[in-house]
Design a binder for this molecule. Structure first.
Ligand code: F6P
Length: 535
């Protein structure tokens, strides 16, 4: 027997309003009624086709999907990652001093706090010079990691660069030797610290780059291991690699890689901005946790972001979502969110193993504004597919002398969402071209190229300033949004089996490329490419 479609009433409602102009919805109070605040952060979703009826149905969907119960289970340390039998407790990494959170009956918080204190002490020592390299005070830190062991700290280090007062941070992820080769160029190995960041300490890219870094350092210093530290859940593997346990910062398997920035994986960020600013970052995440736990769904930012996402993807059928930060320092946020959202919700079976009866999570992509405007916004405005856009913008920048540039940035952000909403009609385009002297068929032809259909949905997340606290709020907001979307879809957002097959095949291809094994059994295309690429 097929299960009833949980989206049926939403789809039926959408069918009746699909052609309506979003602009026609604006009347008394829409901007206020279709927006919500978390602290000083504003989420405006009034420029979408969601009306009172749709919002009511969406909120009911969240209620009926068991979001509240699953949320309580997650925060309580229950093993909601059922396919791996693990709890999902990244929230514990940012929990307050009084928190008691139990996994299998044991409070995990003493260990979390002890590790954070050790990280802070180490960061202070590195930043002050009390911990030095073999050539003196540490000037540069290379974080070697990939995926969740790279994207989070790399994104956050750029985002919070106005607060950076420690050593320079560099992030190496790609197994392409170009990445590490370019990174170490110009660095002094004797004043460089290497962080090997890997939850499993087995990831081939990370271990290969770590070996390359060790060889690079060994050419300049007597004891390279003394300038290595590690962040991992695998203490025995870090020891086998020769890293002093005093410089190993552990965490547990109940922290997913893409959710791990809040703990030891954030060491690079902490070294850059200092333990105090890192605490502010955690406080921002904690504030969003409190908001998520306590606000009614109708005013709950993670729930509302998720419901807008479900509306656009599963109901309206828009398969992608553009994340457009009008904040240059959030340049890596789209890449970070790609992993967070697509590795979490890119699943084709439900929790119970049955085929997912609806599209999985969306394709997430984006670039900062205003750069994107001069690249792909053409398609967003005039292409035949609708791309829901998510704008992010700060009220204030970090450059008081350049406040006029910040206003220009904000005006561009608002102009884009306004243009997407309004568009430009054929009559307006015709009038513009007629004023330029065109007439007849040529006027008609030229005008048609200048029509913007408009009626394209967008949301805006506006915040006072991109401080460590604000960044913490933003990241926790997106984490919980992914959680809510996953619960509504009925999938496990916390495993990632889809990355395994490629890893296995890459391992098998290595000896074939080296010429030690034959390509027999490979498909024709792969065999031909091996023949071309074999050294
Ligand atoms: O291949 C995917 C993945 O497992 C991600 O989930 C993870 O963030 C990344 O690889 C890195 O894994 P690790 O931290 O264990 O090196």
């Amino acid at each position: 027997m097929t299960k009833p479609d949980k989206f049926a009433s939403l789809k039926a409602h959408f069918a009746t309003v699909a052609d309506r102009r979003i602009l026609s919805l604006f009347g008394q109070g829409r901007a206020q009624n279709f927006s919500a605040m978390a602290g000083e952060m504003l989420f405006d979703f009034s420029k979408t086709n969601i009306d009172e009826t749709a919002l009511g149905l969406l909120l009911a969907l969240a209620e009926n999907s068991g979001v509240a119960a699953k949320r309580a289970a997650m925060f309580a340390g229950e093993k909601i990652n059922e396919t791996e039998g693990r709890a999902v407790l990244h929230t514990a990494l940012r929990a307050g001093p009084e928190a008691v959170i139990k996994v299998d009956g044991a409070d995990v918080m003493p260990e979390v706090r002890a590790t954070r204190a050790r990280m802070a002490a180490f960061a202070r020592d590195v930043r002050s010079g009390a911990f030095a390299g073999q050539g003196g005070k540490i000037t540069d830190v290379i974080n070697i990691g990939i995926g969740g062991s790279d994207l989070g700290p790399a994104m956050a280090t750029i985002a919070l660069s106005p607060y950076a007062d420690g050593p320079r941070l560099h992030y190496v992820s790609n197994v392409d030797g170009a990445h590490i080769a370019d990174t170490v160029k110009g660095l002094n190995p004797a004043t460089t610290l290497v962080i090997v960041a890997s939850k499993t300490f087995t990831t081939i890219e990370t271990m290969t780059n770590a070996n390359t870094a060790r060889t690079w350092m060994a050419k300049a210093v007597a004891n390279p291991a003394a300038q290595f530290c590690a962040v991992s859940t695998a203490a025995e593997k870090t020891a086998a690699y020769g890293i002093d346990p005093a410089r190993v910062f552990g965490f547990e398997d109940w922290v997913g890689g893409r959710y791990s920035l809040w703990g030891p994986i954030g060491l690079g960020l902490m070294l850059s901005i200092g333990p105090e600013a890192f605490e502010d970052f955690l406080a921002g995440g904690r504030a969003m946790d409190q908001h998520f736990l306590s606000e009614p769904f109708a005013r709950n930012l993670p729930v509302l972001l998720a419901l807008v996402g479900i509306w656009h993807n599963q109901i309206c059928g828009h398969a992608t979502r553009a994340v457009l930060p009008y904040d240059q320092r959030l340049s890596r946020l789209p890449a970070y969110l790609q992993q967070l959202e697509m590795e979490s919700n890119g699943k084709r079976v439900s929790m119970d193993g049955a085929d997912l009866p609806c599209p999985s999570g969306p394709v997430v992509w984006g670039e900062p504004g205003t750069n994107g405007q001069h690249a792909f916004y053409q398609l967003i405005h005039q292409g035949t597919r609708v791309v829901p856009c998510e704008f992010l913008v700060a009220k204030e920048g970090h450059e008081p002398d350049l406040a006029h540039q910040h206003l220009l940035l904000v005006s561009n952000c608002l102009a884009q969402s306004e243009a997407l909403l309004r568009g430009r009609s054929l009559e307006e385009a015709t009038a513009i071209m007629a004023r330029k002297g065109l007439t007849g068929a040529e006027l008609d032809r030229q005008a048609r190229h200048r029509v913007f259909p408009g009626n394209r949905p967008s949301t805006t997340l506006a915040y006072p300033k991109l401080t460590p606290f604000t960044l913490g709020q933003i990241i926790a907001l997106y984490e919980h949004r992914v959680f809510v979307e996953g619960v509504i879809l009925g999938i496990n957002s916390y495993d990632q089996w889809g990355v395994e097959l490629g890893k296995e095949l890459a391992l098998a291809l290595q000896p074939i490329l080296e010429g030690r094994e034959s390509a027999a059994g490979k498909d024709g295309s792969t065999a031909a490419l091996v023949a071309f690429l074999r050294p």
